[in-house]
Design a protein around this ligand. Structure first.
Ligand SMILES: [Zn+2]
Ligand SMILES: [Zn+2]
Length: 244
């Protein structure tokens, strides 16, 4: 399977970029993990929207789901144009789904994510794990039929659950919201040394850092993580893709 980092900022998008959004494809299976602000525009550089099979939303913070409402309108218009027949399946981890304001049930089919239930979309299987965050938020594991897998952390503070959940996967796509010197200042997010610690203990082969802060030098995050581990470390960016 192929993973594309479409949006990788925390909070709000930098100019001409997007917040959290990751596109995963394997042959005919095409899914999205989170759909943040600016994501829909950037996504169309790598795929046709009508081909999407499902979207998984880790939590209700807008840097992870702002564009899901635009995607609903895109699906409505694509249906009207005859380019798409089926509604889009959207899986959301949220306390109260009635807070969400979707308008067209024939266009978007909204499902709750249950931590105990896996979801199969085409050739990919998704499982979930509870995070430490201000609102309910889940990490996601995507596995193909050959057993290749990656874990997307979404937003989380330090948690053993993520270490267990990501144990021995090929790739860990993990939030790195803070520099090492900021560790402990804010709960519910990870600083660079914590990321390295989790990735090391989880024994993953490759680390991709994402959900960046809007200050400092992002390259420093990579240097800080690299200084604590021998694993391969990448920074999410425009056009970055990896085959897992
Ligand atoms: Zn976030
Ligand atoms: Zn969040």
């Amino acid at each position: 399977m192929k993973l594309h980092t479409v949006g990788y900022w925390g909070a709000y998008p930098n100019v001409n970029e997007a917040t959290s959004c990751y596109y995963v494809e394997e042959e005919q299976t095409k899914i999205l993990l989170d759909c943040g602000s600016g994501a829909l525009s950037k996504l169309q550089n790598v795929m046709e929207l009508q081909d999407l099979d499902a979207v998984f939303i880790s939590h209700i913070h807008t840097d992870h789901m702002a564009d899901i409402y635009s995607l609903e309108y895109a699906m409505l218009i694509l249906q009207q144009l005859g380019k798409r027949k089926e509604p889009l399946d959207v899986y959301i981890y949220a306390e109260n789904r009635s807070d969400l304001s979707f308008e067209f049930p024939h266009v978007l089919r909204v499902h709750p994510i249950h931590l105990t239930e896996s979801v199969v979309i085409g050739s990919l299987q998704l499982t979930f794990s509870e995070n430490v965050h201000e609102v309910p938020c889940c990490a996601m594991k995507v596995m193909n039929q050959q057993g290749h897998a990656f874990v997307y952390s979404a937003d989380t503070g330090y948690t053993e659950k993520l270490i267990q959940f990501a144990q021995n996967v090929d790739t860990l796509l993990i939030e790195c919201s803070f520099y090492a010197e900021q560790q402990g200042l804010v709960k519910g997010h990870l600083a660079s040394y914590e990321v390295a610690d989790i990735a090391k203990k989880a024994n993953v082969a490759t680390i991709i850092l994402t959900h960046f802060p809007h200050y400092g030098n992002i390259q420093q995050l990579k240097e800080e993580v690299t200084s604590k581990t021998d694993q391969v470390v990448h920074l999410a960016k425009e056009g970055f893709t990896i085959t897992i």
